[in-house]
Design a protein. Sequence first.
Length: 135
Amino acid sequence: MNEHTTKPRGATAPVDPPAVSIPPEEERRPSDDGLPTEVKIELGRPIATHMSPVTTFLTFREPTAMDIDAVGNPVSNDFSRGWPPLPVIDSKKMTLMMARLANISPKSILEMKARDWATCSLAVQIFFLPDLGRL
């Protein structure tokens, strides 16, 4: 497009997927189950946190049973459609859990774009799914 043309109404620029990274092996504690011990997500739009007015990445640590006891399990399993179960996210619990795991205020999580929230939620969800291989 040159300077005199315009985009059609409703057209949007292509969107790159957000960056999801797992730290190099030497920067992580060993994990007994092969899962990462933390997940780093690049946000599509920065948010303000107590650490910085412009936060572009969030790092979520691996949750513990204490986190689940404090907030509740943000992911339940729906067995109504057979095996394997379908994960179901409780958004309020997930917001609180993401804040806890990233060590930021829930208010900061609530400032996220919906797509950023969904991306972070999906990245963190793996920690709350059962190891079906051991059942």
